[in-house]
Ligand binder design. Structure first.
Ligand code: DAK
Length: 258
């Protein structure tokens, strides 16, 4: 497929999507989110692709929803799905692991997009925030929920109510990103994380992602039961047999996603 607002490529088993509206700091237009979710759909169907990197450019991962596009929309247009908001949940529900390379600004919907991904590698120059309050709205793509779960109430309140932005090191301390690297190597590091994940059993990876995401929705004892069911289920996979026998045979496992 031809895309106008994103770049799409593959390196081995890793799919790569680069947001590409540098003139607008990768503001999320409806076109861009349509293309992003279409590319994810393609990677979802492609058995060769086992993990996906989502990146921006040095200045911005994304500065949030395109305010120029959103400014004059009506609530009814939004509710009737004329805006990208209708597609938003597709990213959080994507079944394969998503690794974000967070360079520069990750603001508003940009941070919400990042928080819908699974592993975040941040550049030392990254700036993360929820500045929606400055334009008279609140986060609408998950910020009040995902940010609060990630960093706790007081910090989330400060970030959302007063547009307090945080840098990469603070984001790491808070558990919002998993590591901080120099900006020059951020995308490469994200690709390495994705490539490492891509060597594992796709079946186990899919269920692990599902179980971790359930931790945000279930109480502990239901979550533990859910985890155990998935664990038992994995004993029906060829990959689990392959993994354990490869260990005993002292060889590298060959996972086939079955
Ligand atoms: N939208 C449109 N254009 C943007 C933009 C944005 N969010 N951010 C930057 N740009 C454009 C600027 O207008 C400028 O374009 P020109 O004027 O050159 O044509 C160009 O990018 C460069 O920006 P600046 O000149 O402003 O650059 P600075 O370095 O001075 O400032 C900045 C960088 C990131 C601090 C600043 O641009 C800024 O504050 N941007 C706005 C950030 C923001 O408020 N973001 C939140 C938007 S609201 C939902 C899902 C998602 C959302 C809501 C609901 N549902 C599922 C329901 C999300 C909402 C949002 O994200």
């Amino acid at each position: 497929m031809d895309y106008e607002t994103i770049l799409v490529s593959k390196e081995g088993k890793v799919g790569i999507i680069t947001l590409n509206r540098p003139q607008a700091l990768n503001a999320l237009s409806t076109k861009m989110v349509h293309e992003l979710t279409a590319a994810l759909d393609e990677f979802g169907k492609d058995d060769e692709v086992r993990s996906v990197v989502v990146a921006g450019n040095d200045r911005a991962f994304s500065a949030g929803a395109d305010i120029k596009e959103m400014a004059d929309m009506t609530a009814v247009q939004m509710a009737m799905g004329e805006h990208f908001f209708a597609l938003w949940n597709k990213v959080g529900r994507f079944p394969k692991p998503l690794v974000g390379a967070i360079t520069g600004f990750a603001l508003g919907g940009g941070l919400e997009l990042a928080m819908s991904l699974d592993v975040l590698v941040a550049a030392d120059t990254a700036q993360l925030g929820q500045p929606e309050i400055n334009i008279g709205v609140i986060p609408g793509g998950g910020g009040t929920q995902r940010l609060t779960r990630a960093v706790g109430k007081s910090k989330a309140m400060e970030m959302i109510l007063s547009d307090k932005r945080i840098g990469a090191e603070e984001a790491k301390t808070l558990g919002l990103v998993s590591r901080v690297v120099p900006k020059e190597v951020c995308v490469d590091e994200a690709k390495k994380v994705a490539a490492e994940i891509a060597t594992k059993s796709p079946v186990a990876i899919k269920l692990a992602k599902m179980a971790i995401n359930k931790a945000f929705e279930m109480g502990l004892s239901d979550g533990l039961d859910f985890e155990r069911e998935l664990f038992y289920m994995l004993f029906a996979s060829e990959d689990a047999k392959e993994g354990m026998h490869a260990f005993m045979d002292k060889r590298k496992p060959e996972f086939r996603g079955r």
